[in-house]
Design a protein around this ligand. Structure first.
Ligand SMILES: Nc1nc2c(ncn2[C@@H]2O[C@H](COP(=O)(O)OP(=O)(O)OP(=O)(O)O)[C@@H](O)[C@H]2O)c(=O)[nH]1
Length: 221
């Protein structure tokens, strides 16, 4: 079941305000079980970390201003089906709907990194809307606050991202809002780039960003 929700006052993405049309971006958040997909999504939507989240698959609508433009994010917080725990999994419906993907793993869970690798390979192989162009993807290593439980190094994440033309960040949804903000804003940039140039993927600018994408310091909100 997919539930559609709005994080703010009821609005529709079809509206535009001011002289410039509203930018719309459909984002699917993917990843293995319990890696923090909902925590990352809720952080971005509300700035808060509430600790425990239900496992209802939801699409949230979030209207914000980014760089002087009104943006409407529709964010599909997906649930990994039990049957595909160790498989690359993304539905045809998600592929048709999404402008971009956030692919989350936990730095404390090697199998979630393995699953992210498979999902990335899958996303890089599929054709979208009859196109051979690459869909924008950001790879996110979450739970960076749990350094003592880390089993996936930053370098492994960064290398996987570089080898698949993908953005990359390590964050802690539990600790800061900033990481979630940067993930969604960077993906928005990639979506807009891909629309304006027809070029999908992270490109040179994104690769340079990937190299400095690991958040080493605790930041306050
Ligand atoms: N320490 C720490 N815990 C986190 C972080 N993000 C999420 N968690 C915890 O990890 C657990 C799973 O988080 P969820 O956001 O529900 O993960 P999910 O991927 O949406 O889970 P499912 O949809 O059920 O597969 C919860 O207990 C969260 O509190 C983080 O950055 N650091």
């Amino acid at each position: 079941m997919v539930v559609q929700l709005s994080s703010g006052p009821p609005q529709t993405c079809r509206m535009s305000e001011g002289s410039q049309p509203k930018v719309e971006a459909n984002i699917v958040v993917l990843g293995a079980e319990k890696v923090g997909k909902s925590a990352l999504t809720v952080r971005f939507l509300t700035r808060r970390f509430i600790g425990e989240y239900g496992d209802i698959e939801s699409i949230y609508t979030h209207n914000v201003r980014v760089g002087g433009r009104d943006v409407c994010f529709s964010i599909w917080d997906s649930v990994c089906p039990q049957a595909s725990k160790l498989q690359a999994w993304v539905s045809e419906k998600q592929l048709r709907w999404a402008d971009g993907f956030v692919l989350v793993y936990s730095i404390c869970d090697r199998s979630s990194f393995h699953q992210a690798r498979q999902q990335l390979q899958h996303l890089r192989q599929v054709k979208r809307r009859g196109s051979t162009e690459k869909v924008p993807v950001i790879l996110v290593g979450n739970k960076r606050d749990l350094q003592h439980q880390r089993v996936v190094s930053s370098e492994e994440g960064r290398l996987l991202a570089l080898s698949t033309d993908t953005g990359f960040f390590e964050i802690s949804a539990a600790e800061t809002y900033h990481g979630a903000l940067v993930v969604f804003h960077e993906l928005l940039d990639m979506v807009r780039d891909s629309r304006s140039t027809g070029r999908k993927g992270v490109g040179l600018r994104g690769i340079v960003r990937s190299m400095s994408a690991v958040f080493g310091r605790r930041r306050t909100e």
